[in-house]
Ligand binder design. Structure first.
Ligand code: NAD
Length: 388
């Protein structure tokens, strides 16, 4: 019998208004000196002031570091760490999308263990905890609020460093869909496809378990029927709520089962061409799924059924055909461009394919795919997605 090793945040509060429970959650955890790690946009929206106000009302003083950047860099983490050290903090609150959450995790870990982020990239696994992290996601995408990994870009080498370990698992996550109404259409689409990709990849991963299967299927059921709805009507409460819940469930699924080929190939696209994370996943998802499906037909067919695009009576082959149609249609409906239409230089793309293959394989994620490509096959997949 194989044993599934599952790790979860100690506290999850899920639902409209959950973020307002931050003072109560800090009190429960015996914490009282938070540093809030966020980005300048969210501060500009007045969101962080509201959060600080609720802390102040509970007698908790906080400081704010708003210098995180999309796809956090080593330099931005060092700036955050220096800011933390100017104060006296016993925990870090990550408030924002995956970038502020990942920054909060990295800063909290370095605050206790020192060194530079490159020391902590895979295969290193950092289980010994840093400062406690409380995560409050605002994008319904990465699932970072429930994962034991942070992704930091080394700006000198353009490498997206995967840094795994229990140190990065937040002690608490406040999952509040009311924070997501302000997401514009493009961000809603990209982050939604990111979480859908997490769920599909966790389900087909070679490291899936019955526990992660359950979470992954719930996530697909929540995300698939609601993605277009939230893109078309940003105020659709039901859709926003389902997408937020699905993103966290997908995060729980993939962090305990791992992601696979799409994420492996997606990270180098993000690092070299600065394509937003969800968008680079979306560029790859239909093609990589088509290539992988013959190796795990029954599993991909189950994804189609969970997403509601194939009915229970349809055989696996037919269900997988529906899945592939649906992933293509989703990209068309949500306006996902291929790398060419996104404006990437053709010669640079071509020239970097060998490096991207090398980095994707080194990340370990492709090895969890039901069908594992060699470098030549992966190069062919990168070439195939070029013009969408
Ligand atoms: P992000 O955090 O980079 O944010 C993108 C933009 O959206 C920013 O400009 C931000 O200010 C804005 N934004 C955030 N919330 C908003 C809201 N409610 N309304 C309007 N605008 C809002 O985007 P992301 O996709 O959430 O995160 C991507 C990062 O997460 C990447 O660095 C990726 O590598 C990482 N990631 C981490 C994990 C993990 O488990 N640790 C998993 C997947 C991805």
């Amino acid at each position: 019998m194989s044993i599934a090793s599952i790790a979860l945040p100690r506290i999850l509060r899920i639902g409209g208004g959950a973020s307002r429970q931050l003072p109560d959650v800090l009190a429960t955890l015996g914490l009282s000196r938070p540093l809030i790690v966020t980005d300048a946009f969210l501060v500009g929206q007045g969101r962080v002031e509201t959060l600080q106000g609720s802390l102040k009302a509970a007698g908790i003083a906080s400081r704010v570091f708003d210098g995180t950047v999309p796809d956090p860099t080593v330099a931005s983490i060092e700036a955050g760490l220096a800011f933390l050290r100017e104060g006296d903090h016993d925990c870090v609150v990550g408030f924002g999308g995956g970038s502020p959450l990942d920054s909060a995790k990295a800063i909290a870990m370095l605050a206790r263990h020192g060194g530079s982020m490159a020391d902590y990239k895979a295969p290193h696994v950092q289980d010994e905890p840093g400062l406690p992290v409380i995560a409050i996601p605002t994008t319904a995408g990465t699932g970072s609020e429930a994962t034991r990994v942070t992704v930091i870009t080394d700006e000198r080498t353009d490498e997206k460093m995967m840094c795994p370990g229990l140190a990065y698992l937040p002690v608490a996550a406040l999952v509040d869909y009311e924070l997501t109404f302000t997401k514009p259409r493009r961000l809603t689409a990209d982050t939604g496809i990111d979480s859908l990709t997490h769920a599909i990849e966790a389900y087909v991963s070679k490291r899936a378990s019955p526990f992660t299967d359950g979470m992954a299927l719930l996530a697909m059921r929540a995300i698939a029927p609601n993605l277009r709805r939230a893109c078309d009507d940003p105020d659709d409460r039901e859709a926003r709520e389902a997408l937020m819940l699905g993103a966290t469930q997908a995060g729980i699924a993939f962090t305990n089962a791992s992601v696979a080929l799409v994420h492996g190939m997606s990270r180098p696209i993000g690092a070299h061409f600065h394509v937003p994370h969800g968008l680079s996943n979306a560029m790859l998802l239909p093609t990589v799924t088509a290539w992988s499906a013959p190796a795990a037909l029954a599993r991909y067919a189950e994804c189609a059924r969970a997403m509601g695009v194939a009915d229970a009576r349809e055989g696996d082959q037919g269900a997988v055909a529906r899945l592939l149609e649906q992933l293509g249609a989703l990209n068309r409906d949500l306006g996902v461009p291929g790398p060419a239409a996104w404006g990437i230089d053709a010669a640079r793309w071509q020239g970097l394919i060998p490096t991207m293959c090398e980095q994707a394989i080194a990340s370990g994620s492709p090895a969890n795919n039901p069908r594992v490509p060699d470098a030549a096959e992966m190069a062919e997949l990168y070439a195939r997605v070029w013009d969408g």
